[in-house]
Design a protein around this ligand. Structure first.
Ligand code: UD1
Length: 419
């Protein structure tokens, strides 16, 4: 078993280069199944979710060549099976994108129920509703999803709730469906725009991604033959921005799209931090105890739920009482118990948590319950006085590239230790 050992407190200072977006990359990789040919994808984050995605694609018949640790060339000319490997698909959430992509490519797929972070109930009813409206039948038996369609046909689809996964999945399924599909009440996250840009580069005709109405004009074939670079990771950037505030440091983030970070910069300014926006880089610094603030997580462009735990560390240390209202995932406050072991004063009740700010956190052994909770604990350990040990690193490794190396480069005293 591995653990991270952090000795704090350290104000983080220096430059961080932001990696490609996990949530875009885990959708772009299955999207290659729609291509009858070869394409190259660059700026892939070097994380375990990407390695598993590639293994799944290879088991379906794709040929992958690694050009370097961030770039692959993938040939999806011969997709040889419609059974996805159950052991791999159950390891992460985004494996559900295989359904939309394979319905489009082969009209059939058998795949295990997706795994991923345990953030509360994670239904996929909106995905299924979308596939059914495009003419597919979807059955769920003993944890396996069987989806089939003789021929997908475009349809108007209204999403009952704003869902990132359902928006992308239905977009994937409709790229090769005859006619024009509209997705109303679509999610607008940057990674949705990125998946649409990738597909359009390969020959699809998708309009309106990034707004709440997406129109997909079905095309006969995607030829590929192009190179695409994944968008910078909004959530990784936000994680380091909040780390700068929590540790009272000074960080410059390179390779980010600052437009995607506006809800975070607004909160950083509200708590008394400083922001210098240079378009494709951003500097964040804070030289005093943060002020209190209230947060409500919302779909993009609102404050992202995937930065709620990292913001929670800032508010745990703030001057005054703060309230976070989590409107997306019901079990996203598990990290607050771990922060309380470090001296925080947080009371979580259902979807609301009350943060009575403390002056200091103290090192303690803590457990990462999910990916973003793990990132929050790394920030807390860097801000805290004394030694913090973080366990359950597999969650962090799913979504953050070389987290300890990136933190070490900006001054953190952090080591990965095998027990
Ligand atoms: C994606 C992100 C995840 C992020 C979340 C919200 C990926 C791989 N994961 O997850 O990191 O926290 O967006 O920004 O991109 N819902 C339904 N029915 C459905 C689908 C969703 O009721 O069919 C509900 C969910 O329970 C949740 C809300 O809709 O309350 C939003 O979920 P969704 O946007 O679909 O999240 P994911 O795509 O799973």
């Amino acid at each position: 078993m591995e653990k991270l050992v952090i000795k704090g407190p350290t104000p983080l200072k220096g430059e961080v280069t932001i990696s490609g977006a996990k949530n875009a990359a885990v959708a772009i990789l299955p999207a290659t199944l729609l291509i009858d040919g070869v394409c190259t994808i660059e700026n892939l984050p070097n994380i375990s979710d990407i390695k598993i995605s590639c293994e799944i694609l290879e088991q379906l018949g794709a040929k992958i060549t690694w050009n370097n640790e961030h770039s692959i060339t993938i040939d999806t000319t011969n997709i040889t099976t419609t059974k996805a490997p159950l052991d791999l698909t159950s390891k992460f959430r985004a494996s559900y994108y295989i359904i939309g992509a394979m319905l489009g490519r082969k009209g059939e797929i058998e795949v295990g129920m997706p795994g991923g972070c345990k953030l509360g109930a994670r239904p996929i009813d909106q995905h299924i509703k979308g596939f059914e409206m495009l003419g597919a039948t979807v059955n769920l038996e003993k944890g396996t999803i069987y989806a089939k369609a003789k021929k997908l046909k475009a349809a108007p689809i209204y999403m009952d709730i704003v869902s990132v996964g359902a928006t992308i999945n239905v977009m994937l399924a409709s790229v090769l469906a005859k006619g024009t599909t509209t997705i109303d009440n679509a999610a607008k996250e940057p990674h949705i725009v990125d998946v649409a840009n990738f597909l359009n580069t390969m020959g699809a005709d998708i309009r309106g991604a990034g707004t709440d109405v997406i129109k997909i004009n079905g095309v006969e074939k995607l030829n590929g033959g192009c190179t695409y670079s994944v968008v910078p990771d909004q959530i990784e950037a936000g994680t380091f921005m909040l780390a700068a505030v929590a540790t009272r440091g000074d960080l410059t983030l390179k390779n980010c799209i600052t437009k995607h970070l506006e809800s975070i910069t607004a909160k950083i300014v509200e708590v008394g931090g400083n922001v210098e926006d240079n378009g494709d880089s951003i500097r964040i610094w804070c030289n005093k105890r943060p002020n209190n603030a209230n947060i409500k997580t919302l779909p993009y462009p609102g404050f992202p739920t995937d930065l709620q735990p990292q913001m929670g560390v800032v508010l745990a240390l703030a001057n005054g009482t703060s309230v976070i209202n989590e409107s997306i995932w019901e079990s996203r406050f598990q990290y607050t118990e771990e922060l309380n072991k470090m001296g925080a004063k947080i009371t979580a009740q259902g979807k609301t948590a009350f943060f009575e700010g403390v002056k200091k956190l103290y090192g303690a052994p803590v457990y990462s319950s999910d990916l973003r909770a793990g990132a929050a604990l790394v920030i807390a350990g860097t801000a805290a006085e004394g030694e913090t040990e973080i366990y359950n690193l597999e969650h962090i490794d799913r979504g953050y590239e070389n987290i300890e190396e990136k933190f070490r480069k900006i001054g953190a005293k952090i080591e990965r230790v095998k027990e």
